[in-house]
Ligand binder design. Structure first.
Ligand SMILES: Cc1cc2nc3c(=O)[nH]c(=O)nc-3n(C[C@H](O)[C@H](O)[C@H](O)COP(=O)(O)O)c2cc1C
Ligand code: SF4
Length: 408
C-alpha cells in the first residue's frame, strides 16, 4: 500500500484525485501517530525523526530534526509554516498530496508543530491549487468534528497568487507578512527570526507527510523502505507522480514512467528538477539516493525531468535558462544580469552550437556567481547552464523557437 499518496501512481498530472476522507485515512492507520505524539515529549518526537534520517523534500534536503531543534533553541511564540508553493515546472507531488491525502499532511503538520512547540500553523498554497486548499480545509473541519478536535492548534490557510520566487522560504515568509516576495539575506534564518519576527520552521508539504509514517512504522522500517514521491515529467510516455523507494536507479524510475516517447531516446535527465545539474544518457544506472547522485555531480530535488533526443538538450537548457531569467525577483543586480546573460548564451544553442569561448564564459559565471545572490536562484541557474554547456558545442540541437513551452 502506498504510504504517502493513496492510489499512486498519478499519471495525469493535471487532474487531482478525490480527497481521502477521515474514515479512510483512519482505516489505514491515520492519526495513530498524532495520538501517540500527544503523550510523547517533544524531544522524543524529534529523536524519532532524526533517527529515521528524514531530510526536507522542498529541494535543499536539510535534515528535518535539525531544523526543528534550531527553532526550539529560541524562545517562542513559534510558528510552523507549510510550504505548498510548488512553483517549479515539473513538480506536482505537493499539490497531489494536499488534494488527495490532506489528513496525512495535516497530521504531519500537527506533529511537527508539537515537536517545535509552535503556537500556530500557517499553510501557504499556490493559488493554482484551489482543490488542494479545499481538501485541506475540509480535512481540518473533519478533524474538528472528531474525538481529536483538541489536538488541533490554530491553522491559517492562505491561497496566494504565486510567483516562483515566493517558494523560497524567506520570500514566502515576506508574503505571509504582507510584503513583496523578496528573499532576505540569511542570517537571520527563519528558525531564529521568521514569521512575525518569531522563530519559524518552514517545511515542505511532502516532508510533513512523511512524519506520520515514521512515527507509525518506526525508524528501522522507514530507513529500509524510504517511501518517496517522484514527479516524473518531460519526454516520457507516462508522466506522473510515483511513490517508490529511494534507491531505484534513474533507468528504473524512467521505466515506471513508461520510458521515452515512442521513437525517442533519453538524451539527459534532471534528477533534481530545474535547480540541479544534469545527468547524461550514460549515467542512468545511478541510484536515486542523495549519496549516489552527489557522487555523480548532482542531487535529489523536487522533480525528475527527462529530455529526449528529439527535443534535445539545447532546447531544454535554453527553456530553463529563459525561465530563470524571467523569474528572478530583481533584487540583486548580479542575478538580473547573470540570468539574462545565461539565457542569451544558451539561446543560440537551440539553433547552433556554442563557441568554446561561450562555454568557458558559462563555466566562469557558474564559479564567479556562486553565493553572490541573496538566494540560490542564480547559483542554480548557473549550475544548470554549466552542466549543459559542454554538450552544446557539437552538432545543432533539434527543436525550434518555442521557448514558452515548459520542459516539465
Ligand atoms: C527559488 C526557490 C524556490 C523554491 N521553491 C520552493 C517550493 O515551491 N516549495 C518548497 O517546498 N520549497 C521551495 N524552495 C525551498 C525553500 O526555500 C525551503 O528550503 C523549503 O521549503 C524547506 O522545507 P524542507 O526543509 O521541508 O524541504 C525554494 C527555494 C528556492 C531558492
Ligand atoms: S538571487 Fe535573484 S532571485 Fe534570489 S534574491 Fe537575488 S535577485 Fe532575487
Amino acid at each position: 500500500m502506498a504510504e504517502l499518496l493513496p492510489g499512486a501512481p498519478v499519471t495525469d498530472l493535471d487532474v487531482l484525485g478525490p480527497a481521502e476522507t477521515l474514515a479512510a485515512y483512519t482505516a489505514r492507520g491515520g492519526y495513530e501517530a498524532l495520538r501517540s505524539a500527544r503523550s510523547a515529549a517533544a524531544v522524543d518526537i524529534i529523536a524519532a525523526v532524526r533517527d529515521a534520517g528524514l531530510t526536507g523534500r522542498g529541494g535543499a534536503g536539510f535534515p528535518a530534526a535539525a531544523k526543528w531543534e534550531a527553532a526550539r533553541a529560541h524562545p517562542g511564540p513559534r510558528y510552523l509554516v507549510v510550504n505548498g508553493a510548488e512553483g517549479e515546472p515539473g513538480s506536482y507531488k505537493d499539490r497531489h498530496l494536499l488534494a488527495r491525502a490532506p489528513h496525512q499532511v495535516l497530521e504531519g503538520a500537527l506533529i511537527a508543530a508539537r515537536a517545535v512547540e509552535a503556537d500556530e500553523i500557517v499553510v501557504y498554497i499556490n493559488s493554482e491549487f484551489g482543490a488542494a486548499h479545499d481538501a485541506l480545509a475540509a480535512a481540518i473541519g473533519a478533524l474538528r468534528g472528531s474525538d481529536l478536535a483538541d489536538a488541533l492548534i490554530p491553522v491559517r490557510l492562505l491561497l496566494e497568487n504565486h510567483v516562483y520566487i515566493a517558494g523560497e522560504e524567506t520570500a514566502l515568509l515576506a508574503v505571509l507578512m504582507g510584503r513583496p516576495a523578496w528573499p532576505w539575506p540569511k542570517p537571520p534564518y527563519p528558525t531564529e527570526r521568521g514569521y512575525r519576527d518569531q522563530p519559524t520552521v518552514v517545511n515542505n508539504v511532502e516532508t510533513l507527510a512523511h512524519i506520520p509514517v515514521i512515527l507509525r512504522r518506526g525508524g528501522d522500517w522507514y530507513r529500509q523502505h524510504q517511501p518517496t514521491l517522484f514527479s516524473v515529467s518531460g519526454d516520457v510516455a507516462r508522466p506522473g507522480v510515483f511513490e517508490l523507494p529511494l534507491g531505484l536507479t534513474v533507468a528504473e524510475l524512467l521505466e515506471q514512467a513508461g520510458g521515452p516517447l515512442p521513437g525517442d531516446r533519453v538524451a539527459a535527465v534532471l534528477p533534481g528538477g530545474y535547480s540541479l545539474p544534469w545527468l547524461r544518457a550514460d549515467q542512468l544506472d545511478v541510484a536515486m539516493t542523495p549519496e549516489a547522485l552527489q557522487a555523480a555531480g548532482t542531487a535529489l530535488g523536487a522533480s525528475v525531468i527527462v529530455v529526449g533526443e528529439q527535443q534535445g538538450l539545447g532546447l531544454a537548457a535554453a527553456r530553463i535558462a529563459a525561465f530563470f531569467a524571467r523569474e528572478t525577483c530583481q533584487t540583486c543586480p548580479i542575478c538580473v544580469t547573470g540570468t539574462a546573460r545565461l539565457a542569451q548564451l544558451l539561446r543560440p544553442a537551440v539553433g547552433q552550437p556554442l563557441a568554446p569561448a561561450e562555454v568557458a564564459e558559462v563555466t566562469e559565471m557558474a564559479a564567479e556567481h556562486r553565493h553572490k545572490g541573496i538566494c540560490t536562484l542564480l547559483d542554480t541557474a548557473a549550475s544548470m547552464a554549466m552542466t549543459s554547456a559542454p554538450d552544446l558545442t557539437g552538432s545543432p540541437q533539434a527543436g525550434g523557437e518555442q521557448l514558452a513551452a515548459p520542459v516539465g
